[in-house]
Structures are given as structure tokens and as C-alpha cells.
Design a protein around this ligand. Structure first.
Ligand code: ATP
Length: 363
């Protein structure tokens, strides 16, 4: 069993409380991604699991062992870094073999393991080269190979794709996923890129200011964000937000603000009734807005003015002004709109999000 359990984990650097009471259970064979903006504490958390950073308080278990006091070497983990950390004077083969040699494996076992890893990664032809003779993508494969040959209980990835160009990142992302499917090794992966997190993670842990905001499967985070931060962080382009007042009129509940007057369906109205007369945050994803047709009711649409048009091929992103708010609508590529056009946008009442005006927790 190679699960990882993190209990009440804290890290304080001089004046900074970088990781605050983090609790996580990563199951055997699971791929968990820690994601959040710069400074949220994700790297520090990973480094504590690796043993590269001391723990201020709390407990980390790998398998069934508490590893708090164990040096990295004895934790049965393999880490892949952003900067590859390859030895420049060694060949690819020796880079991959090095960790095994240090641990006293015999020559034949090492050769077998390097061969298998090289095959998985498609770098059999490069084994005799030096790192400087490789492309960025090939170097990252060697770094992955060095981790794979160790047969560790857990892989730890620290932004391994950050130094690659956009196209290569996507390619390597797919390869990492395939390697995980093939080897089934428990993995913890740190990134600031929410798309990477969503595509790689069986579950994703969203962090902010050292605190775990939500843990869930990718679609769970997208469809049911726990708070405004997660709602705005997951999804691209980001969710639109507007402050609205919850009002009662004509026997129904409404979300109102300058330029917005949305009749709330019964299911949502029940949840929002206790906010009557108060301000809450309304969230609408760009992809849940569309250009209204004559059959759309006035209660579930609003007027906007087009400010910017971005044609992406598969869709068009419209930056629009709705009253004092700016919103983004991701609409069909066939929509004909010009800057300064007035456009009526319709929304799906089942795809509205509301957040408490003070705590910003999902309502
Ligand atoms: P990034 O994506 O920029 O690496 P992160 O989310 O991984 O960010 P951490 O690197 O874990 O965040 O840092 C969390 C907080 O701890 C930050 O405020 C950072 O400045 C602080 N911090 C990290 N390492 C140290 C250190 N060695 N000494 C002092 N403060 C540190």
C-alpha cells in the first residue's frame, strides 16, 4: 500500500505561515495535483513530503510509516523537478542509473530497469548522449526516467513541465498520464496551471495562502466550487462575477444589479431566500452565456455592449460590458458581432453560481 497521509501539517518560515493545517489522504495508485497561485504553499507541502523541508508541526505517512524524521533517501519516493536536475557530465544512461548504483543495485538489474524506462519514454536512441545534446523535452524525459527506474512507492512532481514550450507541455502532459496509467504509482504533482491540474489529477487540491480551499475530482471542482476563489481559479476563461441584490417581486426571487435582473428558479430561490435584501456574488461561466434568440425570456437574459472580440476558431470570446461590470462570453464561432454592438445574452438558470457576500462560500 502506498498511500500518503498528511495530518495537520504546518510550516512556518521566520514570519511566514506558509502551510496551514493541511489534511490530505492520497490513496494508493492515485494521482493527486496540488494547484494554486504563486506563494500558496503547494511546493512547501510537496517538499515536506519529500523530506527536503522540515515540518513545523503535523505528521506525514508514506505507506504506513510516519516519515517525519526520515531523510529523503529513506522515504521510498522519487522526485521530478522543474529544472530537471540532471548531472551534465554524465550520459543519459548514467543519469538514469545513478540513483540505483548509489543504492547498490547490481549491473544487470540496473541495465534492465534503464532499458525498460527508456522504452516507456522513447529515449532508447539517446542513452549515450550528454544532457546538453538533448532538447528540453528529451531532458525532461530523462528526469522522468531517473524517477521511473527507482520503482518508488510515490512519485513527487514539482512543476515538471514549466520550462517547456506550450506545445511540448501538452505532449509531455499526455505522456505523464500514460506513464501513470501503465505504472500505477501513487503520485503527487504540483503546478500553478489549472488546466494541467484538471487534465492530470484523479483529484485536485486547490490551495490559497497556505490553506486547502477544496479537494475534489476535476469536474466536481468545475461544477461545484466550494467558494468564489475556487470558482474563479478553475475554468478558462475565468468565471464572471457580479455583486447582485436578492430581491422579492411578482411572487418570485430575483438577482438584481444595474443591467442585471434574473428571475431565480425555485431550486436556487430556496437556497437564496435567507439572503433576501442582501448582496451576494453571482458567478456565471463564460461558456454558459450565449447570444439570446427571440424565444429567450427577458427574465433570463440581459443587455451588454461588446468591447473586445477574440476569435479563437472553435469559439469567440466576447468581452462585454453589463451595466458597470465587464464579463466574458464564450459564444459560437458563427456569431457575427462588432465592437460597440448591443448584444442580448441569455443564460442557463441551472448554471448560475452564488457566493456569500462576506465569506464568499458557495450558497
Ligand atoms: P510558487 O509556485 O511560486 O513556487 P508555491 O505555491 O509553491 O509558490 P511556496 O513556495 O510553497 O509556494 O511558498 C509558500 C510561502 O512560503 C511563500 O510566501 C514563500 O515566500 C514562503 N517561503 C517558501 N520558502 C521559504 C523559505 N525558504 N524561507 C522563507 N519563506 C519561504
Amino acid at each position: 500500500m502506498a498511500r500518503v497521509i498528511i495530518r495537520s501539517l504546518n510550516k512556518k518560515f521566520d514570519g511566514v505561515h506558509a502551510v496551514k493545517d493541511v489534511n490530505l489522504e492520497i490513496h494508493d495508485k492515485e494521482f493527486v495535483v496540488l494547484v494554486g497561485p504563486s506563494g500558496c504553499g503547494k511546493t512547501t507541502t510537496l517538499r515536506m513530503v519529500a523530506g527536503l523541508e522540515s515540518i513545523t508541526s503535523g505528521e506525514i505517512l508514506i505507506g504506513d510509516r510516519v516519515v517525519n524524521e526520515l531523510p529523503p533517501m529513506d522515504r521510498d519516493i522519487a522526485m521530478v523537478f522543474q529544472n530537471y536536475a540532471l548531472y551534465p557530465h554524465m550520459s543519459v544512461y548514467d543519469n538514469m542509473a545513478f540513483g540505483l548504483k548509489m543504492r547498490g543495485f547490481d549491473r544487470i538489474e540496473i541495465a534492465n530497469r534503464v532499458q525498460v524506462a527508456a522504452e516507456i519514454l522513447g529515449i532508447q536512441e539517446q542513452l549515450q548522449r550528454k544532457p546538453r545534446q538533448l532538447s528540453g523535452g528529451q531532458r525532461q524525459r530523462v528526469a522522468l526516467g531517473r524517477a521511473i527506474v527507482r520503482h518508488p512507492q510515490v512519485f513527487l512532481f514539482d512543476e515538471p513541465l514549466s520550462n517547456l514550450d506550450a506545445k511540448l507541455r501538452i505532449q509531455m502532459r499526455v505522456e505523464i498520464k500514460k506513464i501513470h496509467v501503465r505504472l500505477g504509482t501513487t503520485a503527487i504533482y504540483v503546478t500553478h496551471d489549472q488546466v494541467e491540474a484538471m487534465t492530470l489529477g484523479d483529484r485536485v487540491v486547490v490551495m490559497k495562502d497556505g490553506v486547502v480551499q477544496q479537494v475534489g475530482e476535476p469536474l466536481e471542482l468545475y461544477n461545484e466550487p466550494a467558494n468564489r476563489f475556487v470558482a474563479g481559479f478553475i475554468g478558462s476563461p475565468a468565471m464572471n462575477f457580479a455583486t447582485v441584490e436578492v430581491a422579492n417581486a411578482d411572487g418570485a426571487l430575483w438577482a438584481r444589479h444595474e443591467g442585471i435582473r434574473i428571475k431565480l428558479p425555485a431550486r436556487i430561490a430556496d437556497r437564496l431566500r435567507r439572503y433576501l435584501g442582501e448582496k451576494v456574488t453571482l458567478g456565471i461561466r463564460p461558456e454558459d452565456l450565449r447570444v439570446a434568440s427571440s424565444s429567450d425570456t427577458a427574465d433570463l437574459s440581459f443587455d451588454s455592449v461588446v468591447e473586445v472580440i477574440e476569435k479563437l476558431g472553435s469559439e469567440i470570446l466576447l468581452d462585454v460590458k453589463v451595466g458597470p461590470n465587464t464579463m466574458v462570453a464564450a459564444v459560437e464561432p458563427t456569431v457575427k458581432a462588432k465592437i460597440h454592438d448591443r448584444l442580448r445574452l441569455a443564460l442557463d438558470p441551472d448554471r448560475l453560481y452564488f457566493f456569500d457576500g462576506t465569506s464568499q462560500a458557495a450558497i
